[in-house]
Design a protein around this ligand. Structure first.
Ligand code: ATP
Ligand code: MG
Length: 219
């Protein structure tokens, strides 16, 4: 699913944030990425959805060579990815339900199917009563749950999550972990999660990548 060889990521073309990364993430893997603030976790995740191009080395995501991929290939790749951002990135002008419908419409679901699927996801993230609210009208935890619903709605092959429980109370955090666990276990979705803290008794076998001084260590 994800193959990196000598992967170098840099914003200025000089200093590498990730240096010579080499790893393979298989379908159905559940991977945690940890490391101190500024170690490059979000940058690495960004490279998986084409938000930053490799400065050097190879990065294959779902067989697409990210160094050579054009816009249409990246667009096609993103249809198979669900992303949960550190700061939710919900669209303010859209209701929660419309936010969840968005990836479905981009994936050619018709209006009826989109609405049905959005309602199903609202139920999974326990926001059935809030579907017609705008993001501003929700708590941080509710917004993050809405973002998780949006990331899962189109049955992606790969979920990328950046600190999905960073700002959440225990109830919302456990709900998010259980949804990610189920996505992996029951639907076979590959999950890559950046987190400061791996939950105790996670209840699923997982891999752990640690970022330190630009290097990636698996433990
Ligand atoms: N858009 C950008 N332009 C230039 N430098 C950037 C950009 N985004 C991040 N950086 C730099 O890259 C380094 C790694 O940042 P990154 O956001 O990947 O860290 P992180 O591990 O996700 O940290 P945190 O745990 O605080 O979220 C930092 O030194 C940061 O200043
Ligand atoms: Mg980050």
């Amino acid at each position: 699913m994800i193959h990196a060889n000598n992967l170098c990521l840099s914003y200025d073309g000089k200093k590498d944030i990730i240096h010579n990364g080499r790893f393979h993430i298989k379908e159905k893997d559940f991977v945690f990425i940890t490391g101190s603030s500024g170690s490059g976790k979000s940058t690495l995740l960004k490279s998986f959805y084409g938000g930053i191009d490799p400065r050097n080395g190879t990065l294959l995501i779902n067989k697409i060579n990210m160094q050579k991929a054009g816009k249409s290939q990246i667009r096609a790749l993103r249809k198979n990815i669900g992303i949960i951002f550190q700061d939710y990135k919900l669209i303010k002008e859209y209701t929660v339900e419309e936010n969840i419908m968005l990836p479905l419409q981009l994936n050619d679901y018709n209006d009826k199917k989109s609405l049905e699927q959005a309602k199903k996801l609202l139920k999974h993230v326990k926001l059935t009563q809030k579907g017609h609210f705008f993001p501003d009208e929700l708590s941080g935890g509710e917004q993050q749950r809405a973002a998780v619903g949006r990331a899962l709605a189109h049955n992606p092959k790969l979920i990328l999550a950046d600190e999905p429980t960073g700002n959440l109370d225990d109830y919302s955090a456990e709900l998010v972990w259980s949804l990610l666990r189920k996505a992996n276990e029951q639907l076979g979705i590959t999950v890559v999660v950046v987190t400061h803290r791996i939950p105790d008794n996670f209840g699923l076998s997982y891999r752990k990548f640690d970022l330190l001084s630009g290097e990636i260590y698996e433990s």
